[in-house]
Design a protein around this ligand. Structure first.
Ligand code: DPP
Ligand code: ZN
Length: 882
């Protein structure tokens, strides 16, 4: 199985100046005619053969400059078309441009991979990133080949009244036999991965946006019939995103029309095709009856993300797929900033860091560890990862931290000034930041090349006599597959020193003042010491404020210091962090007690800390909800070399239940004060109250008392919004409530026509930690609402089970592993991408006990034995076994 390497990059031998595509769409096949204006690339090695990518295409005709090619002049295999240009008569292919015409037949109706052109709920749509365009026509399917596209679409008018592609519609009309056509022209050069086509019968929401320069942009959202009422939030989000990008980055939209099409069958969240975004319905549709507050926030974020790609991704794109983080890390950072501005900076930061700790740290420490700019891959689709996206965004955030908002903006301006219209590299981005700010980023570049999560170990000494505080900082980074002996990173360590009242003391270094910028300490060496002067009293250290770098921090806090930070830290991220550390310490202590065969002891000092937080008048409800949530088990697992999962789960449950008991009245009082049944509102205060009330209810349900179950049942049945209903449903499904099956059945009856709600129903059952769940999940995949071909459904049942139900997935008898492997076997030829994602659930097998390790490896080996295994799944499974 071939591996692709970043170092092997070569420019394409031929450029494609113009791309004219004709689509003749029929229910059972489509004919695609491509007319490509090609020219030898002056910046590449000359070649006598033209090699184009193409997969699953039936070549019907091939012409060059109007000359029909004979079989001796070209060849096709399962991946490529090769034309021996030197065998084509009278063709001066080194000097002149020439036209290649191909006509192919494809079968969108049987395309279940959801790459290329396919049908979703009776409507045509495309997904081309990363390498799906080659399933549509023969092409140089790589991001550095950019072309002007003109697209003609023809289809039956009644069934497919809307015919959409990128850019502006220039023509449309009726044809014989009930067919019609439309022609679209995109004036911006683009790579094939940004091509899109949709054809179907949709409901359409129309609006417009006036840009800062006064241009009026048409905005259109296309959805399945009957879903119009669920589009208004997406439209409002789009307008907010457009305004934000003008305001914060001075970036205005460029075409006259911006379209979003929602489809139910989609591998990713959404796709930023030029002028024609295609979205998973999950990230467009939102109505308070069917979507939670979190769903609303997610829709807003993904709408913004894809919109922001118009500049960071489309106007400036990637030279090759190893550079993916160039557009994704940057665009995730931009959408994070946008959401923070719309909601709450601290809450958003905490949510983003939770993703890093639970998912990215795990990836960075596992068999798939890769730098944000990978050096090699077998299947590019496997590299749309939390590392490339979310750690990539953390790296961009560090520029922002180091250079300030103004410096970051200068760097962005220079980046666009230099590279608008080009396909570039991560290195080009670093250079723009460096040159715009005259800032040396030589060492900072290591964040692009070295994988693994750096560890910072900090110790401190206070010298009362000389009013000095000395910090000793050590950095290391573990070996990762193919990389050892890492060089030190440039790590911005944001910190504060708190006096007895919790106020921040002024920061001043005794020597090397350049090592401190404001409250940022520059960690650049393997070991460094810093001396802070004029520190009048022994301070409490608040380190890595706002999670200023994607690292693990080790500092030996005692309980008293953590409680102090939890109560006083002016940095809300670290305030939350202190609480999480307090909880984590208790959980590990409870594990140790089990290990030693002792009775678990609940430490009463927690009660005070939690009670203070609960009753705080100044803290936001969403912040409280996050601070009262126990650390995620996945993140905890990443804190230790190997885990006794059974003890960890027992400890986690014990702590939750003890906190529930100790503070029973408090949970109830705060629940009642924050849970409202009256008129539904979705302002910030109401959202915060729902979040807070939801956490209070989760503690009450942990009491396992009839009274508490009644509250949850009442919330589920009487709520007038999906946030409250889903919270009630989930808590009950995960409890021992005896009538929970009846509640589940009723919920399904009520919502069976809303796919996205049915997915919540699936998920709440698949994540039930109790023992009969595997058997239950076996029945769910037989349920009429389940569909193996629909990734959202697969994720809601199988993905949720394997990724978010640790107790059952890791059941001791290995049945959880068997179940997952069986689903991968059913799926790998239907949808290789989604099957590969599922396979990743085995990645952390080394964390567990010998028996679980053995059981997981057995399943991975079985997967590797499968006939015609897709390279997507092969790459994940083979790397997992190492
Ligand atoms: N659709 C994916 C995203 O927007 C890939 N570009 O991140
Ligand atoms: Zn993206």
């Amino acid at each position: 199985i071939p591996v692709k390497y970043r170092k092997d990059y070569k420019p394409s031998a031929y450029l494609i100046h113009e791309t004219k595509l004709d689509f003749d769409l029929f229910d059972d096949h489509s004919i695609v005619t491509a007319r490509l204006k090609l020219q030898a690339n002056p910046n590449a090695d000359p070649s006598d053969s033209l090699v184009l990518d193409g997969e699953e295409l039936k070549l019907l005709e091939i012409f060059i400059n109007g000359q029909k090619l004979e079989s001796a002049q070209y060849e096709t295999d399962s991946e490529q078309l090769t034309v021996w240009l030197d065998k084509v008569h009278n063709l001066n292919y080194q000097q002149n441009s020439f036209e290649l015409m191909t006509k192919v037949r494809i079968y969108p109706n049987t395309n279940t991979s959801l790459e290329g052109l396919y049908l979703s709920n009776g409507k045509f749509c495309t997904q081309c990133e990363a390498e799906g365009f080659r399933k549509i026509t023969y092409y140089s399917d790589r991001p550095d080949v950019m072309s002007i596209f003109t697209v003609r679409i023809e289809a039956a008018q009644q069934k497919y009244p809307h015919l959409l592609s990128n850019g502006n519609q220039t023509e449309h009309g009726k044809l014989a036999n009930g067919r019609h056509y439309a022609i679209w022209h995109d004036p911006f050069r683009k790579p094939s991965y940004l091509f899109a086509l949709c054809a179907g019968n949709y409901d359409l929401l129309e609006d417009h946006f006036k840009t800062q320069s006064g241009r009026k942009i048409k905005l259109e959202i296309y959805v399945d019939k009957g879903k119009l009422e669920q589009c208004h939030h997406a439209m409002a989000s789009l307008k907010k995103a457009m305004a934000w990008d003008e305001e914060v980055f001075g970036l205005e939209y460029d075409l006259d029309i911006y379209m979003v099409v929602a489809v139910g069958d989609f591998n990713m969240g959404a796709m930023e095709n030029k002028g024609l975004n295609i979205f998973n319905t999950k990230y467009v549709l939102a109505h308070s009856d069917t979507a939670t507050d979190q769903d609303f926030e997610d829709v807003e974020a993904v709408i913004a993300h894809e919109y922001f790609h118009n500049w960071t991704g489309n106007r400036v794109t990637c030279r090759d797929w190893f550079q993916l983080s160039l557009k994704e890390g940057l665009t995730v950072f931009r959408d994070q900033q946008f959401t923070a501005d719309q909601t709450d900076h601290a809450v958003k930061r905490i949510e983003d860091v939770k993703v890093i700790r639970s998912h990215q740290f795990a990836e960075d420490a596992g068999p798939m560890a890769h730098p944000i700019r990978p050096d090699s891959y077998i299947e590019m689709n496997n590299f749309y990862t939390v590392t490339v996206y979310n750690k990539g965004a953390e790296i961009i955030r560090m520029y922002h931290t180091l250079l300030g908002a103004g410096g970051f903006r200068h760097g962005m301006d220079l980046y666009f000034e230099r590279h608008d219209g080009q396909a570039v590299t991560c290195e080009d981005f670093v250079c723009a930041m460096e040159d715009a700010n005259e800032y040396d980023l030589k060492q900072f570049r290591r964040w692009y090349s070295q994988a693994g999560t750096p560890e910072l170990t900090v110790t401190s000494e206070y010298d009362e006599l000389h009013r000095k505080l000395t910090l000793h900082v050590k950095q290391t980074c573990p070996d990762t597959p193919g990389q050892s002996n890492k060089q030190p990173f440039h790590i911005p360590l944001k910190l504060g020193l708190l006096d007895k009242e919790g106020k921040d003391l002024p920061l001043q270094l005794a020597a090397n003042p350049e090592q401190l910028t404001g409250d940022i300490l520059h960690i650049t060496q393997l070991e460094q010491s810093f001396e802070f002067t004029e520190i009048a009293q022994q301070p409490v250290l608040s380190l890595l404020r706002n999670f200023s770098a994607p690292v693990r921090l080790h500092y030996d806090y005692n309980d008293h210091e953590l409680a102090f930070l939890f109560a006083h830290d002016s940095d809300p991220f670290n305030q939350w962090e202190a609480g999480q550390r307090l909880f984590a310490r208790v959980i590990w202590q409870l594990c140790a007690e089990q290990e030693a065969g002792e009775v678990m002891q609940f430490p009463l000092h927690l009660v005070n800390a939690v009670q203070n937080l609960l009753s705080s008048e100044s803290l936001d409800g969403r912040f409280k909800a996050l601070a009262l949530t126990l650390p995620d088990i996945k993140a905890l697992i990443e804190e230790v070399e190997r885990v006794n999962l059974d003890h960890l789960i027992v400890a986690h449950n014990f702590l939750k239940k003890e906190l529930a008991c100790q503070l029973e009245m408090d949970w109830l009082v705060h629940y009642q004060a924050n849970h409202h049944v009256g008129k539904f509102q979705q302002d910030k205060t109401s959202i915060a109250q729902r979040a807070f009330a939801g956490v209070c209810l989760s503690y009450l349900v942990a009491l396992e008392k009839p009274k508490a179950y009644e509250l949850a049942v009442s919330q589920l049945l009487n709520s007038n919004n999906m946030t409250d209903a889903e919270t009630g449903l989930k808590l009950l499904m995960h409890s021992n409530y005896e009538d929970k099956q009846q509640l589940a059945d009723d919920f399904y009856q009520k919502w069976q026509n809303e796919d996205l709600v049915v997915n919540k129903w699936f998920m709440s059952q698949a994540t039930d930690p109790s023992d009969p769940t595997i058997e239950r999940v076996e029945t769910l995949i037989e349920h009429p609402a389940f569909d193996l071909k629909n990734p959202n459904k697969v994720r809601a049942v199988v993905g949720a089970f394997a990724g978010a139900n640790l107790a059952q997935f890791h059941r001791k008898d290995g049945q959880g592993y068997v179940f997952l492997a069986e689903q991968i076997k059913r799926l790998y030829s239907v949808n290789p991408q989604t099957a590969a994602r599922l396979t990743g659930a085995f990645n952390r097998w080394k964390k567990f006990d010998d028996e679980r390790q053995r059981l997981m490896c057995e399943q991975l080996q079985g997967i590797l034995q499968l006939p015609d295994l897709s390279k997507d799944v092969y790459e994940i499974a083979s790397k997992a076994l190492g």
